[in-house]
Structure formats: C-alpha cells, structure tokens
Design a protein around this ligand. Structure first.
Ligand SMILES: [Zn+2]
Length: 178
C-alpha cells in the first residue's frame, strides 16, 4: 500500500463513520421530537381535571410505582412492564381512575421497551401537554379524567395506521382481558 492509497482509504473510513453518526443522530432526534398533530386537547397548568384527589389520597390509593409514574411523571425502566409483550385481547384502563384508554387492537410491537399503541380508544379520554423536561421538547400524554401521567406520543408509529406511537408506561395502565 502506498501513501496515497492509505490516505484515500482513511478518508473513506472517516466518511462512512460520520454518515452513520448522522443517521443515528437523525433517528434519535426523530423519536424525541414534539408531535402537534394529534386529535387530543392540548392543556396547560391551569386545566382542571374532573377527578381531584389530594396528594396523600393518591399516595394511599396507588402503589409506590403507580404513584411515581402517574403523579410524579416518572418513567419505568424499559422492558420491565409485563404489559410490554402482552398481546392478549382486551382493554387498557388508567391504573389511577379506570378511564378506558387503549384497546389491544391498537397495540403494536415498537421495540422501544414500553407498551406502544398507534391510537387511543377515544381522543377525548387523553389530553396532551408540552413537556420540556430533560432538555427535550416532547408531547406528554395524560389521562383526561384524573391527570395521571401516561407517557409521551411520537410520530414514528406505523405509517399504514396513524403514524403515531403512544409510548406508555405499563405501570400507569391496568389490563382487562376480554
Ligand atoms: Zn386516570
């Protein structure tokens, strides 16, 4: 190998590496970006939910994990929810108030580690809120009845369906088998 060949080879390697990098970055960016085209009501901090409970009431009625997710906007670790790989037919309700949120017909395997749906059972049962935490701008999804935090909605869902991915903490849901 002469110097010229080595140089050409090095430049080629650098080019391929940076192209891959750009692809990865683009992919991450896509899955984190804010979704505005949903048919849910976008709320702000002044919105008053139908079901009101004090913080200590929520703590007494929810498990520690449910409270952390639903009331403190926590996120469960990926691939830890039993509902992530659950494809039985049935209804997914809010673990805090029983509001009917998703059906098994809209569930799909996104590979992201959390239960994923391409649409809500009824757009009115979920509200969205702009979430600027963790240095990102994302679209938070909440139970429209009790205000419980469910997860986020992204626009990298199945293109032959709605194109949306409702990324939901399994701990915020209860599954009611058909
Ligand atoms: Zn609820």
């Amino acid at each position: 190998m002469n110097t010229k060949t080595v140089l050409t080879f090095s430049i080629l390697i650098m080019f391929i590496t940076s192209a891959c990098d750009a692809q990865v970055k683009d992919k991450i960016f896509k899955s984190e970006k804010m979704v505005t085209l949903t048919n849910h009501k976008e709320i702000n901090d002044k919105f008053s939910f139908e079901l009101q409970k004090t913080d200590s009431e929520w703590q007494n009625t929810l498990s520690a994990e449910e409270y952390y997710i639903l009331r403190q906007k926590g996120t469960e670790r990926p691939f830890t929810s039993a509902l992530e790989e659950n494809y039985d037919g049935g209804l997914y309700t809010c673990a805090a108030c029983g509001n009917e949120l998703f059906t098994s017909d809209a569930k799909f395997n996104s590979g992201c580690g959390w239960p994923s749906f391409f649409e809500a059972l009824d757009p009115k049962k979920i509200v969205t809120k702009t979430d600027t935490s963790h240095g990102m701008v994302r679209t938070e999804i909440m139970c429209a009845k009790c205000g419980g935090h469910l997860g986020h909605v992204f626009d990298d869902g199945p293109k032959d369906k709605t194109g949306l991915r409702y990324c939901v903490n399994g701990g915020s849901l209860k599954f009611n088998k058909k």
